[in-house]
Design a protein around this ligand. Structure first.
Ligand SMILES: [Zn+2]
Ligand SMILES: [Zn+2]
Length: 370
């Protein structure tokens, strides 16, 4: 085998092109992974739709990042995973898809998730190592990427969301300083929001309140550990919602509130739902240029913090896997992936995900099986 199949993206509105791409020569510290499941994440839909300007190489771009797979070929110097456990070809693995540079002030301050150089510009399939993203038969984990053996007990369907969605909410709640006994408000019961409810409970949150406008999503949030849900359509007045959160949190407001909506208009309400000294976690709004009006005096007089998080430090992945092993039967993780498509049907998978995102009566995350 000297080539592998990849779905090449040529820009918004254009179909993916399936192409045979040469397998790279694996560097001594690199790892070639045979992808077993690649999910379509919300940020992939942003690229596909063309929400932000994107400069693509002339020969297109292979993208996608939420995935899992098996080791196809280890570099000569790679004998173990990033926890020092023996790693062999054929082993199932979870891994990062971004590469903190290790040589900047942010990396030096031990904040690899915030490294400004961790994501590279889009590179075309003709450029080494050819397999740059998840929507392909192979993914090339570059030297410096973190890789972890996956417990046998976890099926691929549970592992594939680990390196994006699940790691993202675990790291976000960690950065927000969530503590044992805290109360948490989660705005948005999409894939990230429902997993955040479960993670917050596992981290010891006493009260988890989830806000959304779709009954099906709120039902799923309750199945994932939410103690209370607020339906925006039943409680249309923002003041009533803020008062309800206060009464559910001993009169003060929540210790932590999180935006998993991706629609910045929800942010002022979330900040208002915090107790004095509380922390607002901003993860949802990734689109540059989206704005909202804020009253800074609320932050000052309320001594509140806003924490923005993108990606995560690599220690999160093995802990996310442990979380799944520990809680597999406690919450219905198998409800998070709803559709599977062969790689050849990637165009259909993206259109269907878009349609589901608009309809949004249920959580749907589509997975490609390359
Ligand atoms: Zn993602
Ligand atoms: Zn750096």
């Amino acid at each position: 085998m000297t080539t592998g199949k990849a779905a090449v993206f040529h820009g918004p509105g254009k179909p993916f092109e399936l192409r045979e791409v040469p397998l790279p020569e694996v560097e001594p510290d690199g790892v070639l992974v045979r992808v077993s499941l690649a999910n379509i994440c919300g940020s992939d839909l942003h690229f596909w739709r063309g929400d932000a300007p994107l400069r693509l190489p002339a020969d297109g771009w292979i993208f996608g990042h939420e995935m899992t797979g098996r080791v196809a070929k280890l570099g000569a110097r790679v004998k173990t995973d990033s926890l020092g456990r023996p790693l062999r070809e054929g082993d199932r693995v979870a891994y990062t898809y971004f590469y903190p540079c290790g040589r900047c002030a942010v990396c030096l301050a031990k904040k690899p998730a915030a490294c400004p150089a961790k994501i590279e510009r889009p590179r075309g399939p003709s450029e080494f190592p050819h397999f740059h993203g998840a929507f392909a038969e192979y993914y090339y984990l570059r030297p410096g990427g973190a890789i972890f053996a996956v417990p046998d007990t976890l099926p691929d369907e549970l592992v594939s969301p680990v390196n994006c969605a699940l790691a993202q909410v675990i790291f976000g709640l960690h950065e927000a300083g969530l503590r044992f006994g805290d109360s948490v408000v989660i705005q948005g019961a999409g894939g990230l929001g429902v997993q955040a409810a479960a993670v917050a409970k596992d981290m010891g949150a006493a009260t988890v309140i989830v806000v959304d406008q779709l009954p099906g999503r709120l039902e799923l949030a309750r199945a994932f550990g939410a103690d209370h849900t607020i339906d925006l359509r039943e409680m249309a007045d923002r003041k009533d919602r803020v008062n309800l959160v206060r009464s559910l949190t001993g009169g003060l407001g929540a210790d932590v509130a999180c935006d998993f909506v991706g629609f910045p208009q929800v942010i002022p309400e979330g900040i208002e739902m915090l107790r004095p000294g509380g922390t607002y976690l901003e993860i949802g709004t990734i689109s540059r240029g989206a704005k909202v009006e804020l009253e800074p005096a609320q932050l000052v007089w309320g001594a509140k913090r806003i924490v923005g998080v993108i990606m995560y430090d690599p220690w999160v992945i093995p802990r996310a896997l442990d979380f799944l092993v520990r809680n597999r039967s406690r919450w219905p993780f198998d409800r998070l992936l709803s559709h599977r498509y062969p790689l050849e049907r990637i165009n259909e998978a993206f259109s269907a995900s878009e349609w589901h995102a608009r309809d949004a009566t249920s959580i749907t995350r589509a997975a490609l099986v390359p």
